[in-house]
Design a protein around this ligand. Structure first.
Ligand code: NAD
Length: 373
């Protein structure tokens, strides 16, 4: 039986990619090894793992030695470890850091990166980016509401009436839509913008106003993702968004392009024009940020405007994020076990495979590596 190992993530990450209920789902098909305390920060105890049927292992080394298939959230540096013959599954973001693939080019090593899963109905249950995006959008609104000097809903009391807060959401993909829904539930007035015209209907169905800006490139061959826009167009977006940002109490930015730097949507000038006490939460911080002043994982103050760039915002809801990710990972592992033999021709495994038998195989990443040379 295949032996599956689950690493403990770093203390800041807090997450686990396999919960005790995930262990139960895989039990009988695999031997499960879990590094001690892997789920502790997310609220899953060592005892819960043991009760579910996992064996606890005390060190990263012992985990690697005993596993064929190794699960983690993101990339970890294993250059000094013995990894020959093992297969790694994680959300490695190689489109952003393609040079890291070389670290896995060792004898018999396989790597599947789940951020490369196609956005198809067949792969929906494995869609880790949707899980992380949903939680990130929700958490960004809570963070902004907490940091804002004003309340979010309209409140009428003996002292007078407080107007509802105005939110501006940039990027209406999974995270942006969840941010809109959460802000609306709190009672905010919300406007949103996305380059993909298809998002208009979704924004409006959540009770927000869609900001229309003509002239974006909407590439239907990009698998539902946005494509990079011209600098001239982005300049036009900034001009239009300038006044919207000046009126907003909160700006949440979520705009990303797979494998590229996040587009710059909020300039320094725009921040200078915002209200004192306004808050920007930039959840594109890990890929450069949508706001010119964003510093990943730092709080930046500019003229009484607070700019937050949390790069692992999903870790703040570690219990829920782990629950979602564990379901995604289990679906992927079950699929991998069933379709192992047809890896080359399979639409999901063909897309996620980055290293096979020690060799880089992913065309998208090979193209990026070629472009960087
Ligand atoms: P993402 O995280 O890559 O990007 C977030 C949003 O930023 C996207 O909506 C994108 O259009 C937007 N954006 C990019 N450049 C921008 C710019 N210059 N200005 C404004 N907005 C900009 O994307 P995501 O949230 O992961 O979702 C991407 C797509 O995949 C969406 O169409 C979504 O509906 C779709 N999706 C499909 C499935 C499925 O079919 N199973 C699952 C999840 C998501």
């Amino acid at each position: 039986m295949v032996r599956i190992g689950v690493f403990k993530e770093s203390d800041e990450r807090k997450l686990t990619v396999l919960t005790p209920s995930g262990v139960e789902r895989l039990k009988g098909k695999a031997v499960l090894l879990v590094q001690r305390d892997a789920g502790r920060a997310a609220g899953y105890t060592n005892k819960a793992y043991e009760d579910a049927g996992a064996q606890l292992v005390d060190s990263e080394e012992a985990l690697l030695a005993g596993s064929d298939l190794v699960l983690s959230y993101g990339y970890r540096d294993l250059r000094n470890r013995h990894i020959d013959g093992k297969t790694f599954i994680g959300i490695f973001n190689f489109l952003w850091e393609p040079h890291l693939v070389a670290h896995y080019q060792r004898a018999g090593v396989g790597v599947h990166s789940l951020d490369l899963i196609p956005r198809s109905t067949l792969a929906q249950s494995m869609d880790v980016l949707s899980s992380v995006g949903s939680i990130s959008g929700y958490q960004a609104v809570l963070l902004a509401a907490e940091r804002s000097l004003a309340t979010v809903p309209m409140i009428t009391s003996a002292g007078g009436t407080l107007r509802p807060a105005k939110f501006l959401v940039m990027g209406a993909g999974v995270a942006g839509l969840q941010a809109i829904a959460t802000a609306r539930r709190l009672g905010a007035v919300v406007k949103a913008y996305d380059v993909r015209k298809a998002s208009r209907e979704e924004v409006e169905s959540l009770g927000a106003t869609f900001i229309e800006i003509e002239g974006s490139v909407d590439d239907r061959s990009a698998g539902g993702y946005a494509t990079q826009q011209s600098e001239e167009f982005l300049q036009r977006v900034r001009q239009r968004i300038h006044e919207e940002a000046a009126a907003a109490d909160v700006v949440i930015t979520t705009a990303r392009i797979p494998g590229k730097r996040a587009p710059l949507l909020i300039t320094e000038d725009m921040v200078n024009g915002m209200k004192p006490g306004a808050v920007i939460v930039d959840i594109a911080a890990a890929t450069g940020g949508n706001c010119a002043l964003t510093e990943a994982d730092q709080t930046v103050m500019r003229n009484e405007v607070t700019i937050l760039g949390p790069s692992h915002i999903e870790s703040s809801c570690a219990h829920s994020t782990s629950f979602l990710l564990s379901n995604n990972y289990v679906s992927f592992i079950q699929y991998l076990m069933e379709h192992q033999e047809q890896q080359d021709s399979d639409p999901i495994l063909g897309a996620t495979a980055v290293v096979r038998d020690g060799r880089p195989v992913n065309e998208r990443i090979l193209a990026l590596q070629g472009a960087a040379q």
